[in-house]
Design a protein around this ligand. Structure first.
Ligand SMILES: Nc1ncnc2c1ncn2[C@@H]1O[C@H](COP(=O)(O)OP(=O)(O)OP(=O)(O)O)[C@@H](O)[C@H]1O
Ligand SMILES: [Mg+2]
Length: 423
């Protein structure tokens, strides 16, 4: 599931909150797992036991067995109804768990703003409301479980009474023997336990199915952007990027209208525009985070939709507008994905990004763990790390999305100078 999640496109992540996806991987998978490992075995064991005992009952006294089985619909109908309800409550409960996980994720990662705006009580209130809704759903589910057991006992009792009444009557009458009667009653009593278990197992299976539906919703979602059949490997490029009347919109509403742009190898192009004009959107199209709505993007004469994503993206280094770093060492962050990175290359990249000064001051230099999303670094330092990471990749195409916005003007100038040199 995780592997599949990694393969999905950005549009999928834009639609599904982090918390919901985390809940699916942890919670729904767990429910499915519990259902498979605990229930299925006992469910089939019970089914086989029941089948065997039913044969015994009919063999001993078919008339009596028919009386006992008049009660059968009264057993099956509630089992089915409870199962259906369990499934519904399980789905609703899981939706709530996803919502709660989303709230948690937002409030924990956004704790600075929560505190700055004094919204702790508000967040606590929001959380507890959602929590209470989950509690009520769980309560309903437990109610069904609690009712189902005594109901099965009641029905079993009625069946038992009917059998004792009619069976006893036949023995006294002389139409049946005490031996037959007692073996019949014993089989009936033995039947009672597995039938009662069946009801709970059936509910568990229904809950497992509800989990499975949610797990497969993720597994069955197709990556919007993927290699087309027979996609070629993009050979190492010179870096001639051309946009041919490109239009693009996230939905019906177009953000980019008929854009034409030619970038020659070695050329540096700056795209300037007001906020929300579509600069980030434009550069996101080059590594195919999204596909163009109309027109085409061509690199070295090849339409990027004709080549594999892997070969395309391996030739693009990107510094995104929002700096994204991992909770790992400075070294691993700069050489992201490279298991045996050459030390001199890392230092060279750090130098070009003007990061060597502050890295030298870190307690363990290149081995310092920078915290989740780089919390232990300043905004500008984070941005330099991201630039160093992009420079380390040394790809023919370098995309900087406002990559120097958090740097002071002097460092910005120096970083830009370094970029000129490397280009
Ligand atoms: N994932 C998305 N889904 C829907 N609309 C989006 C999405 N991302 C951006 N937009 C919209 O697309 C438009 C262009 O956004 P974009 O991020 O490209 O702007 P920008 O030029 O980079 O702005 P800024 O200078 O503020 O970074 C905006 O109006 C925004 O609302
Ligand atoms: Mg932007």
């Amino acid at each position: 599931m995780y592997v599949h999640l990694q393969s999905l496109s950005l549009s999928f992540f834009a639609k599904n909150p982090t918390g919901v996806l985390m809940a699916r991987i942890t919670n729904d998978v767990n429910i499915l797992q519990a259902s498979i490992s605990n229930v299925i075995i006992s469910f089939f064991k019970d089914l086989v036991t029941i089948a065997g005992l039913v044969v015994v009952l009919f063999y001993q006294d078919w008339k009596l067995a028919c009386i006992a089985f008049l009660i059968m619909p009264w057993v099956i109908i509630p089992i089915q109804r409870f199962g259906k309800k369990s499934r519904r409550f399980s789905t609703r409960g899981q939706e709530k768990v996803g919502k709660i996980a989303t709230l948690l994720h937002e409030a924990i990662t956004g704790c600075r703003i929560v505190k700055a705006f004094g919204m702790e009580d508000y967040e606590a209130q929001r959380f507890s409301e959602e929590n209470f809704r989950l509690f009520r759903i769980r309560l309903k589910r437990l109610r069904i479980r609690a009712i189902s057991s005594p109901l099965m006992e009641l029905i079993g009792g009625i069946a038992g009474a009917a059998v004792v009444f009619y069976g006893g009557y036949s023995v006294i009458n002389g139409t049946s023997t005490p031996g037959t009667f007692f073996s019949f009653v014993t089989a009936l009593l033995l039947l009672y336990e597995p039938v009662r278990n069946l009801s709970t197992s059936y509910q568990d299976i229904q809950e497992g199915l509800a989990g499975a539906v949610r797990v497969f919703q993720v597994l069955d979602s197709v990556p919007e952007i993927q290699d087309k059949e027979g996609a070629l490997t993009l050979p190492p490029v010179q870096g001639a990027v051309s946009l041919r009347s490109v239009s693009f919109g996230y939905d019906q509403h177009l953000v980019l209208h008929d854009i034409g742009l030619e970038v020659r190898p070695g050329e540096i192009i700056a795209i300037v525009g007001t906020t929300g004009a579509g600069k980030t959107t434009l550069v996101n199209l080059i590594p195919r985070f999204y596909d163009v709505t109309a027109g085409a993007i061509v690199i070295d004469g090849v339409d990027i939709r004709d080549v594999t994503l892997r070969s395309l993206r391996s030739q693009i280094a990107l510094v995104s507008q929002q700096t994204i770093l991992f909770n790992d060492t400075v070294r691993s962050n700069i050489a992201y994905g490279n298991t045996a990175p050459p030390e001199d290359k890392i230092i060279e990249a750090a130098r070009a990004a003007h990061a060597t000064d502050f890295i030298g001051e870190l307690p363990e230099g290149y081995d310092t763990i920078i915290g989740e999303a780089g919390v232990k670094l300043s905004g500008g330092q984070r941005q330099r790390m991201a630039i160093a990471r992009a420079l380390f990749k040394n790809a023919p195409i370098l995309i900087l999305d406002e990559a120097t916005s958090s740097l002071d003007s002097k460092s910005e100038e120096e970083v830009q100078l370094a970029l000129w040199k490397t280009s």
